[in-house]
Design a protein around this ligand. Structure first.
Ligand SMILES: Cc1cc2nc3c(=O)[nH]c(=O)nc-3n(C[C@H](O)[C@H](O)[C@H](O)COP(=O)(O)OP(=O)(O)OC[C@H]3O[C@@H](n4cnc5c(N)ncnc54)[C@H](O)[C@@H]3O)c2cc1C
Length: 379
């Protein structure tokens, strides 16, 4: 068992760290957070760095990287800017169905454009009446000649307002069991009948989450990914990587909280003594470090399992629960270490407090992940 990063991984981690230092200064992050503004320029820089297509094959314009590479990128980006990590996720993870299940033409049409920042993706599974029970979705796609006609609504779709394409899951066969009658479409957001409306939210400002209304939207048959009625398999593969991505983003967030807590504890004095010398503060920060190390190891192991083609549905759920709950708990402790300043908008700690909560919900709630783990154990 080798716990060392390879030379190439160390170089990548350092390059992303340098990138973040240059493009994600505290001032830039704060301005985008306050204005809930999408960082178009920084997205362009991610494309120039070659990281948007890190997990896509070189022949389609990607960098041919693996799950461990993308894990390191998420971790380093989120150490500086959590919302940028989610924005990066929309390029690196949402279109993965094309890499695994797409036709040759779909790969040629989309992957290079994603890698070079021209095409932006969103992933639309959730509906107003189907969140945790995602396969119960009701958006309906009916075949008419060479097209499908789609009607329905999606909700909480991250980045739909800036996306050119949406990986949209719809019901193509209502006569079979709920998981078997679904297909994934590559919806062009300029299509007639598509209406997108952002929903204001607590955190991850800069990437808006939206409702999508679909009224008689026509999608060419050639934009079905992975075959008709095979959509659930595409979803499962995407969600496995999403859980890795969430683990990696959360450990980046945890590290940012620890860095800020240590800096503050060493600077802030009470009666001439730095609060970092108080055992209560030391133990809080030590607990943050213990949990973060554990979350990092679990996440790196999941990346290794994906890279070695091992079945990992249970491990993906373990990572999703542990890393998200760790980040939320540590963010809460971070606010406590900073005391009253932790509660003000002047310090970044409040942002972690707001940003961390989504990870216990999005990508499958903690309750649903515990259910997956229990079922995999034969319960
Ligand atoms: C900011 C944000 C961004 C998002 N981005 C996307 C996106 O880009 N694409 C997308 O498709 N979706 C997205 N989602 C949706 C997200 O994946 C869902 O919110 C999530 O799957 C939970 O579904 P729900 O909110 O409908 O909760 P519900 O399913 O309504 O659950 C409500 C509560 O009941 C619990 N519960 C439900 N069923 C069970 C059960 N069987 N056993 C035990 N407890 C249960 C849940 O754990 C939860 O606590 C996003 C959500 C948010 C908030």
């Amino acid at each position: 068992m080798d716990f060392e990063l390879s030379e190439t991984q160390r170089i990548l981690k350092k390059a992303v760290g340098d990138f973040s230092e240059r493009w994600c200064s505290p001032d830039v992050v704060r301005r985008h957070d306050e204005a809930d503004a999408y960082p178009h320029d920084v997205y362009g820089e991610l494309a120039k760095a070659g990281w948007l297509g890190i997990v896509y094959p070189i022949e389609y314009g990607g960098s041919g990287g693996d799950a461990m590479d993308v894990t390191l990128i998420f971790e380093e980006l989120c150490r500086r800017w959590m919302a940028l990590g989610l924005i990066y996720h929309t390029a690196a993870i949402f279109p993965l169905g094309i890499r695994y299940f797409g036709s040759e033409e779909q790969k040629r049409t989309h992957l290079r454009d994603i890698a070079e920042g021209r095409t932006r993706f969103a992933f639309a599974l959730t509906e107003p009446d189907s969140g945790s029970d995602a396969a119960a979705l009701r958006t309906r796609a009916v075949r008419e000649g060479d097209e499908y006609v789609v009607n329905g609504a999606k909700t909480f779709i991250s980045g739909a307002d800036v996306a050119n394409r949406i990986a949209l899951v719809a019901r193509t066969d209502p006569s079979v069991s709920k998981h078997r009658g679904l297909s994934m479409f590559l919806l062009d957001t300029r299509s007639t009948g598509v209406r997108i409306q952002p929903i204001p939210k607590l955190g991850i400002h800069g990437l808006r989450t939206c409702q999508i209304f679909l009224e008689d939207v026509r999608i060419p048959f050639t934009d079905v990914v992975g075959g008709v009625n095979n959509g659930w398999n595409v979803v499962l593969r995407t969600l496995e990587w999403e859980r890795l991505s969430i683990g990696a983003r959360c450990i980046g967030g945890c590290q940012a909280v620890i860095d800020d807590a240590i800096r503050y504890a060493n600077q802030q004095k009470h009666s001439g003594t730095a609060i970092g010398t108080f055992q209560a503060i030391q133990h809080m920060i030590a607990d943050m470090e213990i949990a973060t190390q554990a979350a990092r190891m679990l996440t790196y192991r999941l990346a290794w399992m994906i890279d070695h083609g091992k079945p990992c549905a249970r491990e993906a759920a373990v990572v999703k629960v542990f890393a998200s709950e760790t980040y939320a708990r540590i963010a809460r402790m971070g606010v406590q270490v900073l005391g009253e300043y932790g509660y003000t908008m002047d310090f970044a700690m409040q942002r972690h407090y707001r940003d961390s909560k989504i990870y216990e919900i999005g990508g499958g709630t903690s309750q649903i992940q515990r259910g997956i783990i229990a079922k995999s154990l034969g319960l």
